[in-house]
Structure formats: structure tokens, C-alpha cells
Design a protein around this ligand. Structure first.
Ligand SMILES: C[S@@+](CC[C@H](N)C(=O)[O-])C[C@H]1O[C@@H](n2cnc3c(N)ncnc32)[C@H](O)[C@@H]1O
Length: 155
């Protein structure tokens, strides 16, 4: 199993928390050298990516999944719990807005239609999306339970 994150610190912590020998912790660039897989999933990551980074990540993930393999993707929709779209963040010319966009942890909401279009253009088919509401429980006050899960098959 390959576990990918852009942060060396996150990968080091993950390895300490779960050092099972069948998990390989990798930076995104290292994934290209790995064999293709039947299933990939991404949880609580895509909302932090700009359109440009998201497109790059999708290309990488699509390249690692075998034809007919499955991709599960969690994402956040705009409007709920104050999630704004990337365009709304970029339109915000206030100092706080620009600082957050440039230096903060970005949190971009994307509509179901926008996400499905991106996934289709990224090389996937049989795309379905459903709200997570009522299907999962997470301890504490986690907004993930109100977000969405997309499933797709590699073309
Ligand atoms: C909210 S955490 C979720 C971590 C993990 N997926 C989980 O569910 O516990 C978001 C993670 O996305 C990672 N991240 C941000 N941009 C990324 C990128 N371009 N490629 C891969 N990981 C990225 C961050 O380093 C961070 O660890």
C-alpha cells in the first residue's frame, strides 16, 4: 500500500503512528515509480488544493490506477460551514483574505457538478457522488460528516 502526502513531516508522523511493513510512505513525485493499483482514495486533501494543484494531483492518481480500478474521493461543497469557492477567495481583496490565500491553509469548496467534470476530464467514468450526511460518524466536532464522497472508475 502506498500512502502519499506532500509534507515530509506528515509522512514521518504517519510512519511512527503506523509503521506496518506493507505501507510505503511517499512524496507525490515518488509515486510515479510505483506499480499501478486497483484502488486509490483521498480523504481531506482535495479541498486544500488550488485548481492547478488539483489537476496535477488527479493526473498523477489517474496514472497510478489500473483501467477499471476505483477512485474514492472526499471533497467539500461550498456554502456549508462557510466553505467558499476558490474564485470567491481570489475575489476577496481584503488584507486578511489575501494573507489567508497566500500563507494560510486553503479550504476551497467545489460543487458536485464542478468536481464530477474535473474527474471526468481527469480520465474517469461511472462517476457518482453522494453526501456523507448520516452515513459516517467521526468523534468530536468534525465537518467531514457533512461533506461529499465521489466514486469513479478509471477509463
Ligand atoms: C487534513 S490533512 C488529511 C490527512 C490524511 N489524508 C488524513 O485523512 O488523515 C490534509 C493533508 O493534505 C496534505 N497535502 C496538501 N497538499 C497536498 C498535495 N498537493 N499533495 C499531497 N498532499 C497534500 C497536507 O500535507 C496534509 O497532510
Amino acid at each position: 500500500m502506498d500512502a502519499v502526502d506532500v509534507s515530509a513531516g506528515v509522512l514521518a508522523c504517519a510512519k511512527v503512528l503506523n509503521g506496518r511493513p506493507n505501507i510505503t510512505y511517499l512524496k507525490p513525485d515518488e509515486l510515479k515509480r510505483r506499480p499501478q493499483v486497483d484502488l486509490a482514495y483521498s480523504y481531506a486533501v482535495f479541498q486544500h488544493l488550488s485548481h492547478e494543484s488539483l489537476t496535477r494531483a488527479l493526473r498523477l492518481i489517474a496514472g497510478q490506477i489500473r483501467p477499471d480500478g476505483v477512485f474514492l474521493l472526499h471533497f467539500a461543497v461550498p456554502g456549508q460551514q462557510g466553505w467558499r469557492t476558490e474564485a470567491e477567495w481570489r475575489e476577496d481583496r481584503s488584507l486578511a483574505g489575501r494573507m489567508k490565500l497566500r500563507y494560510g491553509l486553503n479550504c476551497f469548496g467545489r460543487t458536485v457538478a464542478e468536481m464530477e467534470e474535473l474527474i471526468f476530464r481527469g480520465g474517469f467514468t461511472d462517476i457518482t457522488t453522494r453526501p456523507l450526511d448520516g452515513t459516517i460518524t467521526v468523534p468530536g466536532d468534525d465537518d467531514i460528516v457533512h461533506q461529499h464522497l465521489l466514486t469513479a472508475r478509471r477509463r
